[in-house]
Ligand binder design. Structure first.
Ligand SMILES: Cc1ncc(COP(=O)(O)O)c(C=O)c1O
Ligand SMILES: N[C@@H](CCCC[NH3+])C(=O)O
Length: 426
């Protein structure tokens, strides 16, 4: 039987009427592990990583997986085994990298609010580079490094003032965003960095936003970055590596982002033309490595017809999948077992006590209580943004490799959720 593939998700397909992720039936996974359940395709992640590596073939490339997209330990372990480093934004993320067997010397540390203890933790672990986001941070990092006898390798994150044309909450490279140092102030920041003790200037970076579906903003940002590198190097300061951040989008709803290899072949032609093609490059992709590798299986609890809306109430909620509530994001929702029954239009909602707790609006579905649905594109910024709101335990997760499904996270229990709390004693 020829599987019918879902666009943009090559390893998720119907065989007959049953949904499969690689060679695992999604229905069987749900029966074995319960719902809500996240399932990730290892082959999808490998393919996505390979697309970047093909685009940079013959170049010096270091891929730092932006683990905020999905920081589940087994996924980190997978990327570490593929030779990747990690883009971290907290001491907690560094601890996860180490727990997953990641190599700290391949880690870069981004983020506007690094604390002194986090800086020290990263210096002691021996990370590759700090992506510094303000002049004030530069001073503090110099102090922490020199007082502790370390040298911090630094890259300055430039805010190139380029519009990535994405949701305002996930745009990061515009003047009005809190991220990076303004283009105009960058040279002065480098001049200061080379004077400060405890710092070694290593690179320059940008990250302009997330879910970018057009190559233009990347091309503009690369141009602006290279203008700066020329100025900085003319000033006698060597820039060893160029870091282009992450941000490439995925297909959620028929979106057509450029393929990673195509995008980078185009951008590298620009870098070659300007004489920068043989530099050490770093990229920090998150969503595009894991987003369409994942789905979340949920069970229909109740159907509730209403005067204005029909509700399909499922056992996954905004605490598991916060993107619709936070960004009005669209995630495709498909049946785990397709049926020929007549469809109705439903809002797919969770059990959480908020009207914002919806996963999909106005979806045509043929469903009954007990049926299962799969929320697609759930590999990125779902589990890593999940919460315990309404004291709902985080879902279980499986990593699928062909016909094998490895349980990589057990469902969180009420005891797990209460573990860090203390009652008052008289
Ligand atoms: C500094 C930095 N690098 C990389 C990423 C990864 O972005 P994406 O998941 O869109 O690839 C982010 C998140 O937007 C980020 O803030
Ligand atoms: N959480 C966002 C992406 C944030 C990117 C981090 N800088 C999303 O779900 O789309």
């Amino acid at each position: 039987m020829t599987p019918s593939k879902l666009p943009g998700r090559p390893h998720i397909a119907y065989q007959g009427d049953n949904l499969f992720i690689e060679a695992c039936s999604v229905g069987d996974l749900a029966r074995t592990h319960g719902t809500p359940l996240f399932a990730y395709s290892q082959a999808s992640m490998a393919d996505a990583l390979q697309a970047y590596r093909s685009g940079f073939s013959g170049r010096k490339l270091h891929v730092c997986y932006a683990m905020k997209a999905n920081s589940s330990l087994a996924l980190l372990q997978f990327f570490a085994r593929q030779g990747c480093g990690f883009d971290i934004v907290s001491g907690g993320e560094l601890a996860r990298v180490l727990a997953a067997g990641g190599d700290p010397s391949k880690v870069i540390f981004s983020g506007v609010g690094k604390t002194r203890p986090e800086m020290l933790q990263a210096l002691e672990a021996g990370i590759l580079c700090f992506n510094v986001e303000s002049e004030a941070e530069l001073e503090v990092l110099s102090e922490v490094a020199s007082h502790s006898g370390h040298t911090a390798r630094v890259s300055i994150r430039v805010n190139p003032n380029v519009d990535p044309k994405t949701h305002p909450y996930i745009s990061t490279g515009l003047k009005g965003n809190k991220f990076g140092i303004a283009h105009e102030r960058t040279l002065a920041a480098y001049r200061r960095a080379v004077q400060l003790p405890g710092l070694h200037v290593s690179g320059i970076d940008f990250h302009i936003g997330s879910q970018i579906t057009d190559s233009r903003p990347f091309a503009d940002a690369v141009d602006r970055l290279l203008d700066l590198v020329e100025q900085i190097e003319a000033d006698g300061i060597a820039i060893e590596h160029l870091d282009f951040g992450g941000g490439l989008g995925i297909d959620y709803a028929g979106d057509t982002p450029p393929a990673a290899d195509v995008l980078w072949q185009e951008l590298l032609a620009k870098l070659d033309a300007r004489g920068f093609g043989d530099r050490q490059f770093i990229i920090e992709p998150g969503r595009s490595l894991v987003g369409n590798a994942g789905l979340c299986v949920t069970e229909v609890l109740y159907l509730k017809p209403g005067e204005e809306k029909n509700f399909c109430i499922v056992d996954a909620a905004m605490n598991d999948l916060p993107r619709p509530a936070m960004y009005q994001a669209f995630h495709a929702i498909v049946p785990v077992h397709r049926s020929a029954a007549e469809t109705s239009t439903y809002d797919v909602v969770g059990p959480v006590c908020e009207s914002g707790d919806w996963l999909g609006r106005d979806r045509e579905l043929a469903v009954q209580p007990g049926d299962r649905l799969a929320v697609l594109s759930a590999g990125a910024y779902c589990m890593s943004m999940a919460s315990n709101y309404n004291t709902r335990g985080r879902a279980a997760e499986v990593l699928v490799d062909g016909a094998e499904a490895h349980l990589i996270r057990v469902r969180e229990t009420p005891q797990d959720m209460m573990r860090a709390e203390r009652l008052l004693t008289d």
